[in-house]
Design a protein around this ligand. Structure first.
Ligand SMILES: *[C@@H]1O[C@H](CO)[C@@H](O)[C@H](O)[C@H]1NC(C)=O
Length: 200
């Protein structure tokens, strides 16, 4: 292995690739699932025709995949080298701060959106009455993704793990790509609803 990577990354650890696989898989999975719901009512049909039950089932699935992904991330970091530069106390304090801020963003946006708003309810035809603009949406447009990225970052810093930083960068890219797909789709669903309600 190239010596530049020595002490930073151990590319021979399978756990690194398992972690990356779930990070890439999860947003791809929920986008495909949500779009097949929107186009073919695939999940609602599986749920016996009840779209709300379908959305709850998808929520439980996405949530569980997230827990699995987090577990594999922790596991990957445990098998990777720590770097002394990241061992300073200030880094741990920063990590703790990011962990708190990240979780506040994730949990408060879930609270503001509710289960169906958080877990792609708009693809099921379960729309919010109006756009949520209060906290945490007045801090960032995508508190869920930014909060989640911060939690990944905080874990990498806490364990002084360059591999964790690399994985966090890939999380950020995966969410950025996911948003490119999700934002126009959501905007289109709401635009259709608004056009429809104006006619009535
Ligand atoms: C966001 O809204 C909350 C409460 O609704 C408020 O306390 C906070 O100051 C706002 N933040 C910004 C950056 O506007």
């Amino acid at each position: 292995m190239s010596s530049a990577l020595q002490g930073l990354l151990d590319l021979d650890q399978p756990s690194l690739y398992f972690s990356l696989a779930t990070i890439l898989f999860n947003p791809i999975f929920w986008n495909i699932a949500a779009r097949s719901e929107y186009r073919h009512r695939a999940i609602t049909r599986l749920a016996g025709g009840n779209s709300r039950h379908g959305c709850y089932a998808l929520a439980v699935t996405i949530f569980s995949l997230g827990i699995f992904r987090d577990y594999l991330y922790k596991n990957a970091i445990e098998h990777q080298p720590q770097h002394p530069i990241l061992a300073y106390g200030e880094v741990k304090v920063t990590a703790a701060l990011f962990f708190i801020v990240g979780n506040v963003l994730v949990l408060s946006s879930m609270y503001a959106l509710g289960v169906t708003g958080t877990y792609l309810g708009d693809y099921f035809g379960i729309l919010m009455d109006e756009r949520v603009t209060g906290f945490p949406f007045n801090v960032t447009d995508n508190p869920m993704y930014h909060g989640s990225t911060l939690v990944f970052l905080s874990t990498a810093l806490w364990y002084g793990s360059p591999a964790g930083l690399l994985i966090t960068a890939i999380v950020f890219i995966a969410y950025t790509v996911a948003l490119r797909f999700e934002e126009p789709f959501t905007a289109m669903i709401y635009a259709q609803r608004d056009a429809h309600s104006k006619k009535e």
